[in-house]
Design a protein around this ligand. Structure first.
Ligand code: PEP
Length: 255
């Protein structure tokens, strides 16, 4: 087990529905300005107590920090380095993210795992780097269509989570897991609520506490399927890609 003495991230309770947007590599100053304004305005009259978070491309963290400070909407980044600082051109350290008011950071998104060959071990190291800087990592896991069809979904999730769980209970109660079946990301093909719940239940059984470590579902979540998904007992909110770029959709998913 890794030494967790340096962890400064807060405990994360499951009691509040968490709706996080992943903007991916989208946006511009003017587009973001409009989107952030619309989200802030809509958040004020949200019928639920869901916590809204937007994970923006790193160049726009200053913009998010300026527009969202003092509002109920929080912001985060989409990746973090395993290193604190040094000769790592292009990398962004967790401390740099906290300088811009980030509370959250995605780690191990399937696009990072696939396009940047991030291993399960590296993803766990990124989660630890975030925790040590006081950030809440959102650890993304999920099987490909080929793995699901081969009956390997559970095994893949367990393998991906193993090095994260090895960080120890104190660490794991301070992070979020997002189950995102790769075949449902950006495809319009959502897992059924029961398919998602079945994997969430597997994940929940691996976690050290029933009160901490929210488990989010991600993969083509839209206003018309969010309620059914979020009503499942082990689904604590959502990680939203495409629909988080449309303020009315993002807000409708959270309401
Ligand atoms: C994602 O990329 O994290 C995601 C869930 O995307 P989408 O909602 O567009 O499927």
């Amino acid at each position: 087990m890794t030494d967790t003495k340096q962890i400064t991230a807060p405990l994360i309770a499951r009691s509040q529905c968490l709706v996080m947007g992943n903007w991916k590599m989208n946006g511009s100053m003017s587009f973001n300005n409009q989107l952030l304004n619309d989200i802030v305005m809509g958040a004020a009259s949200l019928a639920t107590s869901a916590q809204l978070v937007v994970c923006v491309p790193s160049p726009y963290l200053a913009q998010a920090c300026e527009r969202l400070s003092g509002t109920p909407v929080q912001w985060g980044a989409q990746d973090v380095s395993v290193h604190t600082k040094g000769a790592f051109t292009g990398e962004i350290g967790a401390g740099m993210l906290t300088d811009f008011g980030c509370r959250w950071v995605l780690v191990g998104h399937s696009e990072r795992r696939t396009l940047h060959a991030e291993s399960d071990a590296v993803v766990a190291q990124k989660a630890l780097a975030a925790l040590n800087a006081g950030l809440t990592p959102v650890v993304c896991v999920g099987e490909s269509l080929q793995e699901r069809d081969a009956g390997l979904a559970e095994a893949v999730i367990k393998r991906q989570l193993a090095p994260v769980l090895a960080l120890g209970a104190e660490a794991v109660m301070r992070l979020v897991v997002a189950y995102e079946p790769v075949w449902a990301i950006g495809t319009g093909r959502t897992a059924s609520a029961q398919q998602a719940q079945d994997i969430h239940a597997v994940i929940r059984r691996l976690l050290p506490s029933s009160d901490h470590t929210p488990v989010l579902y991600g993969g083509s979540v839209k206003p018309d399927n969010a309620k059914t998904l979020f009503a499942m007992p082990d689904i604590d909110g959502g990680l939203i890609g495409g629909a988080s770029l449309v303020a009315t959709d993002f807000l409708a998913i959270a309401s």
